[in-house]
Write a protein that binds this ligand. Sequence first.
Ligand SMILES: [Zn+2]
Ligand SMILES: [Zn+2]
Length: 143
Amino acid sequence: MNPNRQIIELLDSHGLRKTPIRREILKLFLEHDFALSAGDILSKITVQHDRVTIYRALTSFEEHGLLHRASKDGQGIKYALDTSHYPDKTDHKMHVHFVCDECHHTYCLDTIEIPEVKVSPGFSVNKVNYTLGGICKECNSDQ
Ligand SMILES: [Zn+2]
Ligand SMILES: [Zn+2]
């Protein structure tokens, strides 16, 4: 799909206004296959925007289910695009995150099946967070 078309559809389907900053941030997420922090966006964005505007856009994307928190490190929270509304990715909500020790990028690994964990009687699980660490495909192919 044409990226501009995709951005407009994403904003429309989540009931978000199509402001230039929102379009630009979404474009960055579509161009990268790893999670991005507010700092990453600030350094990549072509138009000058203040931090607050970026944070506000990210918060509103998260509230509307467009982005999810993929990881957190010294740079802050890294967000990834939520693709649960894509027909070929039905269960994107439950997936593993992979943090690379080399480039520190965070990837959503949504092709791995998450094993069901049995908890002790009296406990109920409503949030699952699996993070794996290692070397990503990009860094592995550099050697
Ligand atoms: Zn890497
Ligand atoms: Zn993810």
